[in-house]
Design a protein around this ligand. Sequence first.
Ligand SMILES: Nc1nc2c(ncn2[C@@H]2O[C@H](COP(=O)(O)OP(=O)(O)OP(=O)(O)O)[C@@H](O)[C@H]2O)c(=O)[nH]1
Ligand SMILES: [Zn+2]
Length: 205
Amino acid sequence: MTSNTPKFEFISQAKLPTRYGDFTIHGFIDHSNGQEHVALSYGNWDPIATVPIRVHSECLTGDALFSTRCDCGFQLERALENIVEHGYGVLLYLRQEGRGIGLLNKIRAYNLQDQGYDTVEANEHLGFDADLRDYAICKVMLDTLYVSNVEIMTNNPQKIQALTDLGVNIISRRPIDHGITEDNKVYLRTKTTKLGHKFNPDSLK
Ligand SMILES: Nc1nc2c(ncn2[C@@H]2O[C@H](COP(=O)(O)OP(=O)(O)OP(=O)(O)O)[C@@H](O)[C@H]2O)c(=O)[nH]1
Ligand SMILES: [Zn+2]
């Protein structure tokens, strides 16, 4: 990376038909660490429109391997459905597995959770903060796609704060509390009490 190379760069885009609808996939690179991230866009919008977006952090186990230990796969599906139902929207898929600690450390953290630690304690026991994610590339992705105003699908106020600090204009929040299972209730309760996520407590009883 030379001093003139931008930290984040758009590389290419292509059609991506999916089970939910016909999206376009846009590939980006973070030159500071070589990480590759993607955005999926659906439909067309005016640059001043409020565009529904989901900022989704990679979860191999939930997104691709059908795990019910977390709610990620359910949220991913619901976000794509919501976007198609709305007629346009964007999914930013960030490759920050395990809230930024990586896949193998997430498996270590799951191992500790199998022994009784909660999701935050497990991270701390491994020497990590509870959440190491960085959302900086989101602003570049949204600018590249001519998205200036967003409705964000999330239950996580910290994500909203981080995006706001980056200059993303968040007009509204749409809750995305789908995918509560007997396997993930305790995890979701911990996210509510320790990480500030907004879940209806009745749904987690
Ligand atoms: N370290 C760690 N990461 C986890 C664990 N369970 C899920 N993850 C990761 O957490 C990330 C998703 O974060 P969540 O806290 O579920 O949700 P969020 O993206 O902050 O908030 P929402 O927008 O409301 O979904 C993904 O990268 C998952 O791989 C866990 O027990 N430990
Ligand atoms: Zn997950």
